[in-house]
Design a protein. Structure first.
Lengths: 114, 114
């Protein structure tokens, strides 16, 4: 069964460093998303991406965040200068159709900022 | 006022019991309702998706939506120890920007005791 894959599964980084989280969405999907889940809190929307541009972004997705689809398969989230409060699980998700809200999530990358 | 409210539990039931999980919401614009299952330190797995008020059944799972009361439910019949997980409700509306931003509840942690 097709699935969304994310790498790495766990990333430890020093405060102020840049990190790139990688995702391979399901191959025929058109919409891509990043969500995050701080430990013990709700899953929160960060950004959606379609046709090589951002469709929507939340207040969380400030200038330190960026997304990119560098090739036909990968979808990345970059955090330029990490803060302690960026520590969270980051989930990539994708959906197949323009008119479908069904999103399929990857296993997540646990980001720990020290 | 929080957009999506979900009792975090924990909820503990004996094997074979019927489980009822619920969420309430405040945003009348929500049109799509989903239930995800999340095992510890894993990504959310889509279980059920409904669009309108009423019931939708899939095996041992039944999703129920009451838009007039802004209340959704997930019922699990003949619960199994493998159903032990955190269940997240999620909702969205079409923003016009082409994507569907999901708003999640906090999740209910369910334990099914053999």
């Amino acid at each position: 069964e097709p699935e969304v894959t994310q790498t790495p599964s766990h990333q430890v980084t020093q405060m102020g460093q840049e990190v790139i989280l990688r995702c391979v969405p399901i191959s025929n999907h058109l919409y891509f998303y990043w969500y995050r889940q701080i430990l013990g809190q709700k899953v929160e929307f960060l950004v959606s991406f379609y046709n090589n541009e951002i469709s929507e972004k939340s207040e969380i997705f400030d200038d330190q965040f960026s997304v990119e689809r560098p090739d036909g398969s990968n979808f990345t989230l970059k955090i330029r200068s990490t803060k302690l409060e960026d520590s969270a699980m980051y989930f990539c998700a994708s959906s197949e159709l323009v008119d479908s809200p069904q999103a399929f999530f990857g296993q997540g990358t646990r980001l720990t900022v020290v | 006022q929080k957009e999506v409210e979900q009792d975090p539990g924990p909820l503990s039931v004996p094997e074979g019991a019927i489980v009822s999980l619920n969420c309430t919401y405040s945003n009348s614009a929500f049109q799509y309702f989903m239930w995800y299952r999340q095992y510890s330190r894993k990504g959310p797995e889509l279980l059920m998706y409904t669009y309108s008020s009423g019931n939708k059944e899939d095996g041992r799972f039944t999703a129920q939506v009451d838009k007039s009361s802004k209340y959704i439910s997930l019922f699990i019949r003949d619960s199994q120890p493998s159903d032990s997980a955190t269940y997240l409700c999620a909702m969205s509306s079409y923003s016009g920007a082409g994507s569907y931003q999901l708003t999640f509840g906090k999740g209910t942690k369910l334990s099914v005791i053999p």
